[in-house]
Design a protein around this ligand. Structure first.
Ligand code: ADP
Ligand code: MG
Length: 282
């Protein structure tokens, strides 16, 4: 069985061309749409024609080996880089040709959660979480502190306890929550995670999976997760996309990737060594 998502993405893949005029505009449900996106650095073509649809409120996980182009894909989507060719629609708006000053507005639609939470070690939790507000708003110090405390509380961190601590004084799980508080500060509709479980032990990785799902359910955000963690993919993905050497090798639910027509996808999952029959969904 194939979900409506897979149908849409397959339809896009089949149509194949970057000529946007032949495609209907993305529907309101299609919060991220890529059409025949290519990206080269010098001579090297890293992305070779990517078609992708991520639906609002769902979790899309992009998997693939090291060097497949996952981070590049993510940087194009969050408007940190421009594609060499092709179209990228965010919330219905085509962004690849937007002038630089417009791109900041697009970037604010994304909350970024990095590997190891990427907190600034020399800054307190308050300063770390306040950062997006200081950068993007003209709120007073008092207002900023209030909003930071509110976000920390929502994420089950006691502001009185953590605000003046430094990241090194927190547990790994708490640091992840602080990183999420910062990512949620501007209340973005989309959260993106680059290798959120990388370098974590299996138990902490599963806690991060729970946290990603919790964010989705509580705040209704769309999640885009870049990962090479197959177990995580099976637990959280509504849609999994396998990227191999800059191309979409397969897409669908994780189960569809395992039972689908792509031998490469089946092998990729098998070689991960993860026993997918024993994985529960979050
Ligand atoms: N800014 C850049 N300049 C030149 N080459 C880059 C740049 N960013 C990525 N690359 C190259 O693109 C390829 C894919 O990298 P990346 O997107 O980071 O892959 P992944 O995240 O899947 O490991 C690599 O060969 C990398 O060296
Ligand atoms: Mg990467």
């Amino acid at each position: 069985m194939r979900g409506p998502r897979a149908e849409e993405t397959l339809r896009l893949m089949a149509s194949g061309s970057g000529d946007g005029s032949r495609h209907p505009a993305p529907s309101a449900q299609e919060i991220i749409v890529l059409r025949d996106v290519k990206k080269s650095f010098g001579e090297q073509q890293v992305l070779k024609g990517i078609d992708l649809v991520a639906r609002r409120g769902e979790t899309t996980v992009v998997i693939g080996g090291s060097g497949a182009g996952k981070t590049t894909l993510l940087r194009l989507i969050v408007a940190l880089e421009r594609p060499t060719s092709g179209q990228i629609f965010i919330d219905g708006e085509e962004i690849s040709q937007l002038p630089e000053r417009e791109l900041n507005r697009i970037r604010r639609k994304f909350g970024m959660v990095y590997q190891y939470a990427a907190l600034l070690d020399s800054c307190t939790v308050l300063e770390n979480v306040a950062f997006p507000l200081v950068e993007h708003t003209k709120l007073s110090k008092k207002e900023i502190r209030e909003r930071v405390e509110q976000k920390l509380s929502i994420l089950d961190l006691d502001p009185k306890v953590v605000c003046d601590k430094f990241p090194s004084e927190l547990s790994g799980g708490m640091r992840k929550r602080v990183g999420l508080a910062r990512a949620l500060m501007l209340e973005p509709p989309i959260l993106v995670y680059d290798e959120p479980t990388s370098g974590l032990d299996p138990l902490t990785s599963r806690l991060v999976d729970d946290l990603i799902e919790e964010m989705r359910q509580r705040f209704g955000v769309t999640s885009l997760v870049i990962s090479h963690d197959i177990a995580s993919c099976f637990r959280i993905a509504h849609q999994a996309i396998l990227l191999i050497e800059g191309r979409v090798e397969a897409c669908g639910t994780p189960d569809e990737l395992m039972d689908g027509p792509s031998d490469v996808a089946r092998e990729f999952i098998k070689n991960s060594g993860v026993d997918t029959s024993r994985l529960g969904r979050v």
